[in-house]
Structure formats: C-alpha cells, structure tokens
Write a protein that binds this ligand. Sequence first.
Ligand SMILES: Nc1ncnc2c1ncn2[C@@H]1O[C@H](COP(=O)(O)OP(=O)(O)OP(=O)(O)O)[C@@H](O)[C@H]1O
Ligand SMILES: [Mg+2]
Length: 495
Amino acid sequence: MFINEELMLLVKSKYPVIYLESIDEEYATKQLEKIADGLGMLCYKWSVTEGLKRGEKESSYYQTQEPVRMLRTVLDFAKEPGVTPGLIILKDFHKYLDDVIVLRLFRDLVGAIRNTKNTVVITAAEYKLPKEIESDAAHIVTGYPSEKEIANALTDIIYEFKTSVKKVMVTLAREDTAKMARALKGLSMHQIKNVLNQCVADDNILDIKDLANIETYKKKIFDQEGLLEFCISESRDDLADFDNLKRWLADRKGSFSGDAAGTLPPPKGIMLMGVQGCGKSLAIKVVARELNLPIYRLDIGGLYSKYIGETEQNLKKVLMIVEKLCPLCLWIDEIEKGFAASGGEIDGGVSQRILGTFLTWMQERKGGCFLAATANNIRALPPEFLRKGRFDETFFVDLPDKNARESLFKIHFSKRGLETEKFDCALLADKAADFSGAEIEQAVISALYKASGEKTQVTTETIIEGLRSTKPLAALKREDVLALREWAKGRTIPA
Ligand SMILES: Nc1ncnc2c1ncn2[C@@H]1O[C@H](COP(=O)(O)OP(=O)(O)OP(=O)(O)O)[C@@H](O)[C@H]1O
Ligand SMILES: [Mg+2]
C-alpha cells in the first residue's frame, strides 16, 4: 500500500494521533496536505519556530510557538461544536513531550478529539513517544520516496521544465528516465528537485549525461551527513585477477534486479580479507557494479569519534537509513577496526554493545542489503562475525601472482594513457615479485613523474629501475603475510 493510502485510511478511521516517522519532512507535509484537502479537512501546521498556522495563511495564531499555548489553542477549537474538522500537523513535537504540562495538555487534547474527525499528526525523523500516548497513536514510517514515487515526480518535473519560460531541453528516452529515477533513490523529494535544477542550471538541458551530476551531488550530500559515504562503483575490467570472486559474481549477477530477482534468495554478503594494497577495496566497488547496486561505505571508526557518547544512537540511525535505502551494497572497510575482539570494559562496554547491535541487525536484516566487508587482520575480529550464514563467502586476497601482475601493469598503463604494447609486461611482472597491486600502480605513477620531470618517455627500463629501488611491504613484513596465509588456509577460499 502506498504511504498516502495508508495515511488516508488512518485519518478516515478517526485515529486521534498518527506518528509519521519520516526523514523527508517536506514531502510528508505535502502528502498530509493533499489528504486533508481530499477529505475536506482544514490543515493546521505547527513548528516551534513558526507557531500554529492554518492552511496557507501567512500569520500564525498569537504566540503559539510555545507548545503549551499551541495546545490550548488547538483544544479550544477542537471543543467547539460545528467547526470543520482539522488535520493538525505538529513538527518534531515528540521533543516537547518530556515536559509534564505539555504531556498533560496533549493527553487532554487526545481525549477531546477521540471519536471526532480531528486528527493530530506528529512528524519527526525518529520515533519517540511516552507510554501514556503510545496506545492512542498509530505509528507509520515512510522512508525516502520509492523508485515509483520518484519516477512519478520526475515526470512532473520534466513537464514543468519543458513548459517553463526557460524551455529546458529534455532528451531522455524512456529507459533513461528509469535509470535517472534509480539514481535519485536515497535523496529526499526536496533534494531531488534541487539536484535536477542544478543539472539544468548550466546548459538548460536535461539528458543522460546528468547521471554523473546526480552521483556527484549524492556523494556530497552523504559526505555532509558523515556516517554513510556514497561511493562510485568500478568496472570489473579495471580489476586484475580475483577470478574466483568474478565467477561467484557472474552466477549472481541478476539477483537484485533482472530475471533471477525473486526466484532465488539474493546473496547476503561477502568478506574479503588479506594482504594490504591488493585490491580489496577496489574489488568491493566492482562487486557493487556487477550486482547493479548503489554502494555506500559505513565508517565504523567515525561512528565512535564523530559524536562522542552517541555511538550507539549513531549506529542505530545508520542502520535505519540503510534499511530505507535498500536495495544497496553496504561496504564496511577494515571491519576489524570497528569491532575489535578486545575492547572489553575500557570504553564502558560501548564497543561490546555496538557489536551486539550490529550482529543482531545482521541476523535480522531483510534481503535488500548486500553486506561487503574487508579486513586486513581477521584474527582481531570476534569469531561471531564469521559464523556460518552471516556472510555467504569469505575470500582470501593474496599477493598477485605473475599473471595477475602482468594484468596489473596493463591496467595501470592504459588507465594513464600509456600504450601497453610498448612495454614488456611479462618481464615487468617477473621483476615485481612480492609487489602488491597498489605498489605496482605506484611504480607506474612514479615512472610517469620521473619521465615528465626529465622530459623523457616512460620505458620498461625506467620502471624496472624504480622497482629495484623500492622494497615491497610484503617483503618487509614477510612473517605477517605468511601467518595470514596460514590462517586463511581451510577457512577461506582464494579470491
Ligand atoms: N587487483 C587489482 N587490480 C587493479 N588494481 C589494483 C589491484 N590491486 C590493487 N590495485 C590498485 O591499488 C590501489 C589500492 O588498492 P586497494 O585500496 O583496493 O587495496 P586494499 O586491499 O583495499 O588495501 P588496504 O588493505 O590498504 O585497504 C587500487 O586503487 C588500485 O588502483
Ligand atoms: Mg582497502
């Protein structure tokens, strides 16, 4: 059922209080106004800054910013016989119910409008109600607008664009519009309008190229909020090796969207563990692209440091947002740093509780969230994480072998506009034994800098020279790599 149908039903069935939990206040308010209009009710809106207003009126009722005053005003007209019933929207009102007088008055109001056609709607981004009121309130949650709602809004906005004085050129085929609607998921209606306006601001054109603008905008929005980072996915062609992972993915390609969706249970998630700089993070971005999912990175470390003392609330908030953004790929980088096995009482048990909350969520989450975790030191992770069923598969990412190193050189040459045929990639792969993918990439970049400084060309020889003068990390930490390999044997499959 669409959210407005559900709301309509609740209002019609004379619920005294509806608690509408929504991150998109503007959109929620619009829906409520429509409903009031459709049912012939008057719409009142209250916020602590603006006070109580009726309909589209400019001015508010006298001194009604104050919750107590507002409640008395509403009580007065609710008791008056014969007035048109009202839909009274109270924004963020849950925050004021801690006050005994406000609570008492609110309960009086609930009593007064029970069995009348008046309805109070509290809108807020989180759910919190005192027990005394809970039984009288219907709680509904609306998330970000769904793909279908976005598609409808997009049609309207496109129409507005075309008919506006600016006569915006819109060159979107039907499937492009669908793609755009999908890309806009995760934004509120308000943000959607914003970004589309930005897309046409510079060139007066809305076309498929604007998908890139949408991605950038989305990234900026999520970076600001700080807990989830929207990432750009990567193509499998830019990832050397990882044959087992690629095969695993190929089997599951259509499971979130496409023919296979709905017939087979979608995969739950994977863990990649292994040697530093060997492409774990990159591989996760490829996974998201292959599964056709948007990818968001969760920074567990940031949960702790950003708002000290609010770690648990932050985690709950993030998990709630994640649920609303489904389907998605949730990437947790360096998971062992967020959920170290020790921790204990040092931080007052916060890390233990965080771990508990997270594990419970992992267990109970619905199908739309694909969890992708990476770890360098899996032994630091509490064993609960690896229990069967939490992840579909744990892959071990080792140093690249000779073939992989050859592809690594090729990929990084062509990424930087160098022609692979001009290099002896097999020889380079030979000389780069023990080098990680990141180190091979670095070798190519350094050679480019050197050549540009000396105004010469990059050659196989200059790269070999560079390789010779650096000692790969894996060689410096051989013991660690060997221990990791030993641990991975039998517990994981090679990536
Ligand atoms: N298999 C690979 N194919 C292509 N590029 C690679 C590969 N492995 C590493 N690289 C290059 O090295 C960079 C760093 O790799 P990445 O960050 O994915 O490694 P990581 O395993 O996540 O390392 P860390 O443990 O330090 O997080 C990548 O952005 C990529 O350019
Ligand atoms: Mg990484």
